[in-house]
Design a protein around this ligand. Structure first.
Ligand SMILES: Nc1ncnc2c1ncn2[C@@H]1O[C@H](COP(=O)(O)OP(=O)(O)OP(=O)(O)O)[C@@H](O)[C@H]1O
Length: 300
């Protein structure tokens, strides 16, 4: 559905995106994570056809997206900083969307009122930040998009509304194979939604995986010995991190689960636990590999 190949973008002398390539299948949810200023918004804006890349190619359903109205009609982009016309009510904005998007679904727009329940005569810019975000989802979902591109999407929504909006998105993925690209610093939330993850750092999309594979590849080992760590324990390949707290040591190891267990079991520990990492922890370790400071960041 979405295919980007060798996409680069600079702002003056700053290379915001360096030869990024990615592929997102129809009905899939691709999460982009990365440090501040990594290039997430830049990448999303290129994929949404808002920015033109300096190099590389972006294809959506086989066609270029920049200045391609037909392709852009299928895409809804909800930016991190929202923009609505001054003086426009929700209904005025809906009227504008009705004219622009041939796929506008009036029935859905009316039905979604039951979810958002905001007076349609209210000026959008007079609403609270979270309510404006609700309006952005309300309008976007009423166009029945094929692709939803979301930059920090749930920021400012209260927990109940977050759940409702997530459910609306998931229902659309299941029922009409909506494709979603989403960037967020809330990795817990991405973990619920995404099937693929890409990690960006300083413009480099250095890691892309299926979320399940990513989780299978990296493990947290809690291990305890009476006295010092035995000689040879550090010989296992793929140890990314080690920390000792009293008699308990923590290792983060990349590799195959069975092989890791065998290595640690041979030292006959008092306690040995192999635990999965959260996406938060995976992010911290992968970023550690890219030169980000990792020490003492690990959750229990
Ligand atoms: N319009 C612009 N003009 C000049 N520089 C820009 C522009 N947009 C982005 N940049 C720069 O490009 C780099 C990437 O910015 P971008 O907004 O894509 O990062 P991000 O990953 O979305 O960051 P954050 O997580 O902080 O929102 C940053 O160094 C930023 O200062």
């Amino acid at each position: 559905m979405i295919e980007a190949t060798g996409v680069s973008k600079s702002f003056g002398s700053l290379e915001a995106l360096k030869k990024a390539s990615l592929k997102v299948d129809k009905g899939s949810v691709y999460g982009i994570v990365g440090s501040n200023g990594a290039g997430k918004t830049t990448l999303l804006k290129i994929l949404a056809g808002i920015y033109q890349q300096d190099q590389g190619e972006v294809r959506i359903g086989g066609e270029g997206v920049f200045e391609n109205v037909k392709v852009k009609e299928k895409i809804q982009f909800i930016p991190d900083v929202l923009y609505f016309f001054a003086q426009h009510s929700i209904e005025d904005m809906a009227q504008y969307y009705r004219m622009i998007y041939p796929t506008w679904n009036e029935e859905r727009y009316q039905l979604l009122f039951n979810v958002f329940q905001i007076d349609r005569k209210k000026k959008v810019t007079s609403l609270s930040k979270g309510m404006q975000r609700q309006v952005a989802f309300w309008l976007a979902l009423s166009t029945m998009p094929e692709i939803l591109i979301l930059d920090e999407p749930l920021d400012g929504l209260d927990p109940v509304m977050r759940k409702k909006v997530k459910k609306l998105i998931i229902d659309d993925i299941v029922e009409r194979e909506l494709t979603v690209l989403i960037s967020s610093h809330n990795l817990r939330e991405l973990e619920d939604l995404c099937d693929h993850i890409g990690i960006l750092h300083q413009g480099d999309l250095f890691l892309q995986r299926e979320l399940d594979d990513l989780k299978k590849e990296i493990h947290k080992v809690q291990i305890a010995f009476q006295g010092d760590l035995p000689d040879g324990i550090m010989d296992q390949e793929g140890i990314l991190y080690h920390e000792k707290r009293g008699s308990v040591s923590l290792f983060v190891v990349r590799g195959e689960q069975q092989e890791i267990l065998q290595h640690f079991q041979q030292f006959q520990p008092l306690l040995l636990d192999l635990l999965p990492l959260t996406l938060d922890e995976i992010f911290i370790y992968e970023m550690g590999g890219m030169g980000y400071v990792v020490e003492e960041l690990v959750a229990e």
